[in-house]
Design a protein. Structure first.
Length: 132
């Protein structure tokens, strides 16, 4: 494999009603290739895909020299409900060739925000008309 996932971790921090998520992926580059990228998806514990992204549309150039590199992806203000979530990580090129893929490469927890339950974390407001 020209690229391999050497490790991954995730850290979630509660911020108000949302959660900041930071994902670190260790990538071992063995044989640099042109136009490589990384994809990350978030699933719940039942396997439902909640979000997916790749680095290809981003205005960045990932490291592309032989060796071990850590890539950090930040997701601010994620609005997920309480529970455990899994991260799937893949490496490949822009033509669709997969170099490495790890299901459940890292996990993170979202703590109870206090209002409601479910996959989403919402902050409802209630209004009503005054007595007529």
């Amino acid at each position: 494999l020209p690229y391999a996932i050497a490790g991954a971790s995730a850290r979630s921090t509660r911020m108000g009603v949302g959660t900041n998520l930071v994902v670190n992926v260790d990538v071992e580059i063995r044989r640099p290739q042109p136009r490589w990228g990384m994809g990350i998806s978030i699933e719940n514990t039942l396997g439902m895909r909640l979000y997916g992204m790749t680095t290809f549309p981003l205005p960045i150039e990932l490291p592309n020299t032989v060796g071990l590199h850590q890539i950090q992806v930040s997701f601010p203000d994620v609005r997920l409900g309480t529970g455990k979530y899994l991260l799937n990580i893949g490496l490949g090129d822009d033509a669709g060739t997969t170099f490495d893929r790890r299901s459940g490469a890292a996990t993170f927890d979202v703590l109870d925000h206090g209002i409601g339950d479910g996959i989403l974390s919402l902050t409802p407001t209630v209004t009503f008309d005054k007595e007529r």
